[in-house]
Write a protein that binds this ligand. Structure first.
Ligand code: NAI
Length: 337
């Protein structure tokens, strides 16, 4: 179809399949033409859900498929760098799920490749920037509605974590969302990270340090605290209270439906991110398609992905050593100003 962006999807797991479904149902202007996953059956199953899409076990074959004009990367974080470099080689616009890369050194190699290309091609899947509540909070802060921000008190709770989750992934996979949200909401960089953890919850798998309290200091003198608890058992909650010199604002209270029955009043709690952030994922993908069609990147870019990786790395050191760890960041290249 002329005027329609042909998309290759690399990684056909939970997020990859969800993005493919979105292109078919809620996001216009693009269609999935190729799907890659080392699990060939999975690739075929997800490709079959998009009319005319081819299935591949090799990401390079999917990128080379006829009609590919853009890429969504939804493989696990450690596989992102290779796919990103291949997409940049072909000068294709990319939406890469978070984290850009799990480590800052890998993210720097991606930044270097993009600078060699000479234009920004990568958007990172920090979809909270597209969530209506986060957008309202950002507008309030930017307008000075609660004065100079002093604290962000954040809560990030999942009912349960995947079996492969490690103590470090609470920071590099979960809190990385708060890292980006804090940088974006405050317009400041994170300068140091400390991590405290209470006795692990009996509901967490053996050996997992869950929950944790991650404290971030910012360049403008604010403090961001994040309670991350990925086996809380009762549901999915992402909350943020901003406290400023002249007021406070709270988002993520998750009001859904009150039920009154059998002598009790109760409220439903959302169980996972695909429900809580459904609209944000849609808006993120629509914005990416619209920008890609104009050869542009308008959302969080590779620099934001690098900055988050650098903060994660400091967080992982703080978790391991128990010591407050300064964030080491390279200078911001002109391409990202
Ligand atoms: P998943 O485990 O459900 O799916 C990953 C898929 O990638 C699997 O089908 C696997 O076979 C495939 N894969 C493995 N190595 C590959 C490679 N080298 N090339 C291509 N495919 C490969 O994982 P999930 O939850 O879908 O996560 C994927 C990405 O999305 C991760 O980066 C994760 O951090 C991110 N994510 C983002 C969320 C958000 O809210 N923005 C929420 C959950 C995950």
């Amino acid at each position: 179809m002329s005027g329609t962006l042909g998309v290759a999807v690399i990684g056909a797991g939970r997020m990859g399949a969800d993005h493919v479904r979105r292109f078919g149902v809620t996001v216009g202007g693009a269609r999935v033409v190729a799907v890659a996953d080392p699990d060939g059956d999975r690739a075929k199953e997800v490709a079959a859900s998009a009319e005319g899409a081819s299935a591949h076990t090799d990401p390079a074959a999917a990128l080379a498929a006829p009609g590919v004009g853009a890429v969504v990367i939804a493989s696990p974080g450690p596989a992102h760098e290779e796919a990103l470099l291949a997409a940049l080689e072909l000068d294709l616009p990319v939406l890469c799920e978070k984290p850009l890369t799990p480590d800052a050194a890998g993210a720097l190699r991606v930044l270097e490749a993009e600078q060699r290309l000479g234009r920004r091609r990568i958007q990172v899947g920090f979809m909270r920037r597209y969530d209506a509540e986060y957008v309202r909070l950002k507008e309030l802060l930017d307008a000075g509605g609660i004065g100079r921000p002093l604290f962000l008190h954040c809560r990030h709770r999942n009912a349960s974590s995947p079996s492969f989750f490690t103590s470090g992934m609470l920071i590099s996979d979960s809190v990385v969302h708060e890292v980006d949200a804090a940088r974006w909401l405050l317009g400041q960089e994170v300068t140091a990270v400390s991590v405290l953890s209470p006795a692990s919850s009996a509901g967490a798998p053996e050996g997992l340090r869950d929950p944790q309290l991650v404290l971030m200091e910012t360049s403008g003198g604010a403090i961001v605290d994040v309670e991350v608890f990925v086996n809380c058992g009762f549901g999915y909650q992402v909350r943020c209270e901003a406290v400023g010199e002249a007021g406070s604002a709270r988002i993520g209270e998750g009001r859904t439906m009150d039920v009154e029955a059998a002598g009790r009043r109760s409220e439903e709690i959302v169980q996972d991110f695909t429900v809580r952030f459904a609209d944000a994922y849609d808006r993120q993908l629509r914005a990416w398609v619209a920008a890609a069609a104009r050869g542009r990147v308008t959302g969080p870019d590779a620099w934001d992905g690098y900055a988050a990786a650098a903060v994660s790395e400091a967080g992982l050191t703080a978790l391991r050593t128990g010591v407050r760890t300064p964030v080491e960041m390279a200078g911001r290249p002109p391409l990202y100003h």
